[in-house]
Design a protein around this ligand. Structure first.
Ligand SMILES: Cc1ncc(COP(=O)(O)O)c(C=O)c1O
Length: 477
């Protein structure tokens, strides 16, 4: 390619964007579906969330930073609670959890799903009522289960015969004070349905680590074993079919299979289980190609499936529950990064890709590298009239796959010192963050009505070294 006389940023290059990504009519405008409800740009093109300019946030707290829109989080939690008014709605803490958010969840009337001793500790510190906590995980230790039983956790979702064995041991032993122990239990089943985004796959066999297989008979055997164990109270079946699901068809197939087992349990074990959990996985918009369903619509469709199926089978409708994580916290957060370098890279055939390097990366958002996830981005600190360039937002880590946003049109004059914001980073970003390259995990800053507060502070280098025994001078020779 011949260089343009005004520089690469002005050359009429052919670009290689994905077919779904149209060149924006106005690169300064936000696509509302991707952002939390209070996000907007001011007249200078500065992104504001919760009435706070991200330039002010960065001036005070530095970058990168996760910005959490409290009003948006609460309204999404409320929308699920209202749409699924007959259900128990468990917020899936694995998506993002800190004590502040656990308190918001409780205040909005939702229950909380945790899946490790660590998440349970956060819930405890936040003062969440243990009776409103569900405890998940495919390998809960004896210690974790003992703690959950002694805390009076509302339900423990068992995932293997080993866990049933551990729980049996715990309840049989009684508490250290001699009081009897009981545990409320659900059985996680694999319905042979795997759902991702617009597609689901229904198969006869389930090749994954979670749950008891319905088709092999393990699920029924687990139910019978729990039912026969004094001290274990069997609440019902649990099914979670996947993530980033956009319509109810996968839930429909799964619900029918789970209800068939529910009916079989009624006939063969002689117990009509009072509850059933249909899991989480409700999708959100990461890019303009995504079109997630409204919770109210999902509620109507899911309830209809269960009600009809119970009617046909002459069964009482069990108390239903769901476990949304991403759909509540995902859109409520964005990540603000500082731009450090901008590089034009010539591709085969003369196309150019603009690499915009930011001050975070795969340590604060692993989803692009791990799942090939798509994100979008906007210039957040000013507006620009420059022609757009197809860009790739990359991190600062020693890894070529350290990509935050694979493809986005950004203004061609983007430069070091600018801020870039990535929407939809509330779920599975901070919670999956790492210290790769000894990079510090960013803070989570909640914003509401023009005010901000740090709900998780930025890590310090002392935090990094806190477990390094050599640095502490305690190294054993
Ligand atoms: C059992 C269970 N419930 C709920 C969720 C939450 O899923 P999402 O955040 O996609 O709603 C998950 C996610 O992995 C899960 O495994």
């Amino acid at each position: 390619m011949r260089a343009h006389e005004a520089g690469w940023a002005h050359a009429a290059v052919s670009v290689r964007g994905p077919s779904w990504l149209p060149e924006p009519a106005d690169v300064n405008a936000l696509v509302p579906l991707l952002w939390s409800s209070t996000a907007r740009k001011d007249q200078d093109g500065v992104l504001e969330v919760g009435g706070v300019a991200v330039t002010d946030l960065v001036a005070e707290h530095g970058s990168p930073a996760y910005v959490l829109d409290e009003a948006d989080f609460r309204s999404r939690a409320r929308a699920f609670k209202q749409a699924f008014s007959e259900y128990d709605v468990y917020y899936a803490g694995k998506a993002f959890l800190c004590t502040t958010v656990a308190r918001w969840v409780a205040e909005e009337g939702l229950c909380l799903d945790v899946c490790s001793g660590g998440e349970l500790t956060v819930a405890e510190r936040a003062g969440v009522d243990p009776a409103r906590i569900g405890f998940h995980g495919n390998n809960k230790s004896l210690d974790e289960l003992t703690r959950a039983v002694d805390l009076g956790i509302g339900r423990i979702i068992v995932d293997s015969f080993h866990e049933i064995g551990r729980l049996t041991e715990i309840v049989a032993a009684g508490s250290p004070t001699g009081a009897p122990r009981t545990a409320r239990v659900m059985v996680r089943v694999t319905a042979g349905v795997e759902a991702h985004t617009h597609e689901y796959i229904a198969t006869a066999h389930e090749d994954q680590k979670f749950g008891f297989s319905i088709s092999s008979g393990d699920a029924l055997a687990a139910v019978a074993q729990i039912h026969a164990t004094p001290g274990l109270e069997l609440l019902g079946l649990h099914s979670h079919i996947g993530s980033q699901i956009f319509d109810s068809s996968g839930f429909e197939v799964a619900a029918r299979r789970v209800l068939a087992l529910h009916a079989q349990i009624s006939e063969e074990v002689g117990v009509e289980l009072p509850e059933m959990d249909l899991g989480g996985g409700f999708g959100i918009a990461y890019t303009s190609q995504d079109d997630p369903a409204d919770p109210a619509q999902l509620a109507i469709e899911m309830t209809k499936i269960v009600t009809e199926e119970c009617k046909v089978r002459d069964l009482a409708v069990p108390k239903l529950s769901i476990e949304p994580g991403r759909a509540i916290v995902g859109p409520a957060m964005c990540t603000v990064y500082g731009v450090g370098t901008v590089k034009a890279v010539e591709l085969d055939g003369g196309a150019v890709r603009t690499y915009v390097s930011v001050d975070g990366g795969m340590s604060d958002n692993i989803r692009t590298a791990l799942y090939d996830a798509d994100y979008s981005a906007t210039l957040a600190s000013r507006s620009s009239d420059a022609p757009v360039l197809l860009s790739r937002v990359v991190g600062k880590h020693c890894e070529a796959g350290d990509i935050v946003v694979k493809d986005e049109y950004l203004p061609g004059d983007i430069a070091p010192g600018d801020l870039v914001a990535v929407p939809g980073t509330g779920a599975y970003c901070w919670s999956m963050a790492s210290n790769y390259n000894h990079v510090l995990r960013p803070p989570v800053i909640a914003v509401l009505n023009g005010r901000s507060r740090v709900v998780v502070r930025r890590e310090t280098e002392d935090d990094l070294l806190a477990t390094d025994m050599g640095a502490a001078g305690d190294e054993q020779g």
